[in-house]
Design a binder for this molecule. Structure first.
Ligand code: PHE
Length: 453
């Protein structure tokens, strides 16, 4: 390598970028977290709130992140140093890198369980087995000290392996292979689930909004879920935007990415909830829905082992393309700001995240009794980042774009090379007024609610 400044890597084109960004968005958030949240929050009311928040908050925030990234061609910390040198706004970037570290640390633990389940299905562990026995198998696996760490380590190694290869040769190339595979698996599974006898009740439950259940907790839950699922509020989209060329259409891409993410979350819920209903299980059980209820559901189906394998391959693939983007946020910072080489940055960041994941991994067994605010490490890391740090990052970002950098400059960046953005002025009003108020209101009232008995 020469000492000359290297040219920054870019996506090979718009399609590659959309695959990578949709890969980031579609993940455990869609297939594990969304159906669980829908199940716990009473079906349709949550789905409807989620929809409204995607369009009103999710897409505008995504546009804001992408535009800051593309304008500066920098990582999440460097971007603010370029736009407003020496200011405190860089805190958005610092929060982002910290969130990347924390989210990936527990994300990889859960993804590790998913990979482990592929092998369990292949080995026939879940053949004709009652929910009680699946629960025992799950508990035995997650409470063992070493086994889940092994899968967590394996998953992190795969993530590092892709990020190490670079933006176009690693992230983009793998997203282009994995995302179509994911869609195929999803369609097969959805076909299976909705043709099950008794599935209609589940579909009905999923789509019928029960407005009596709508309260602040549901709104905060849906908001956090939108940020998590669309990879917003911590610089993943900003970083991916920084590899985007000047001629690409940012608002158009944001809409594509968000709709893909939404469609896949809905499909996942349409697979899981009706299947759960068809076999008489309770959808409100929470996080074990995927790892306990679903394998039991599969074990009652003809060829269930086969669909079980497909499902956990799907979940693992989706998790991998998201984990890549989480790691890339940290790695891009090491490369841009600290001048590290990509391989060194990927390996060291990945190793640090693996270590930070150990408490989450142990939180199902050895450390189950160590609780903070009534949550285990894994629950704490998840709630803290999803419900607070990501929406807070989003709030600071819209304040920055709306009031410090300025929506006029942002619109100028978006409308280059003939890109039309007809709703530009609506976006500007949302970013300057509506979103700061809405996000501040939800965050502040939730914090107050959390601290009042
Ligand atoms: N969007 C990913 C998912 O749904 C998770 C993620 C969050 C990825 C934040 C990047 C940044 O699983």
């Amino acid at each position: 390598m020469t000492v000359m400044a290297k040219e920054r890597e870019q996506w090979t084109g718009r399609v590659g970028f959309i695959f990578a960004a949709a890969g980031s968005a579609v993940g455990l958030g869609n297939i594990w977290r969304f159906p669980t949240a829908v199940g716990q929050n009473g079906g349709g009311a949550f789905v409807l709130t989620y929809l409204v928040i995607i369009f009103l908050i999710g897409i505008p925030v995504m546009i804001a992140e992408l535009v800051v990234g593309r304008r500066t061609q920098r990582n999440v910390i460097g971007a603010f140093k370029v736009l407003v040198p020496g200011s405190v706004w860089v805190v958005i970037g610092v929060l982002g890198v910290a969130a990347g570290f924390i989210i990936l640390s527990f994300y990889s633990v859960i993804a590790g369980w998913s990979v482990a389940y592929i092998f369990k299905f292949v080995a026939g562990h879940f053949y004709n087995i009652s929910p009680g026995l699946v629960a025992r198998e799950f508990e035995a696996m997650t409470s063992a000290p070493l086994q889940p760490l092994f899968w967590h380590g394996l998953f992190m190694a795969a993530t590092i392996g892709v990020v190490l290869l670079g933006v176009a040769r690693g992230i983009e190339r793998w997203s282009k292979v994995l995302m179509p595979a994911l869609v195929v698996l999803l369609v097969i599974l959805a076909g299976r689930a909705i043709t099950l006898e008794g599935a209609a009740e589940g579909i009905y439950w999923l789509l019928r909004p029960d407005f009596a259940r709508l309260d602040l907790a549901i709104i905060l839950g849906a908001l956090g879920q939108v940020f998590f699922s669309l990879s917003l509020g911590m610089g993943a989209m900003l970083t991916y935007g920084s590899y985007l060329s000047r001629k690409e259409d940012i608002p158009g891409s944001a809409v594509y990415i968000a709709l893909t993410d939404l469609a896949i979350a809905m499909l996942a819920a349409l697979i899981i909830i009706p299947a759960v209903f068809a076999f008489g299980f309770d959808p409100q059980i929470g996080p074990p829905l995927i790892f306990i209820t679903l394998p039991a559901v599969f074990s009652f189906m003809p060829l269930g082992w086969f669909f079980g394998i497909l499902f956990f391959v799907l979940l693992s693939i989706a998790a991998l393309t998201s984990a890549i983007s989480l790691l890339e946020v940290v790695v891009a910072w090491f490369i841009d700001e600290l001048g590290w080489r990509r391989p060194t940055a990927s390996i060291l960041a990945g190793l640090g995240i693996f270590l930070l994941g150990i408490p989450s991994s142990l939180s199902m067994g050895l450390w189950a009794d160590v609780q903070v605010f009534g949550l285990t490490f894994l629950g704490l890391f998840d709630t803290m980042t999803t419900n607070f740090i990501l929406p807070l990052g989003g709030l600071l970002l819209v304040l920055f774009v709306g009031w410090r950098w300025g929506t006029a400059k942002a619109l100028g960046e978006i409308r280059q090379e003939g890109v039309a953005f007809t709703l530009g002025s609506v976006w500007a009003v949302l970013v300057r007024f509506v979103l700061p108020l809405a996000l501040a209101y939800i965050l502040v009232s939730s914090v107050i609610a959390a601290f009042t008995p």
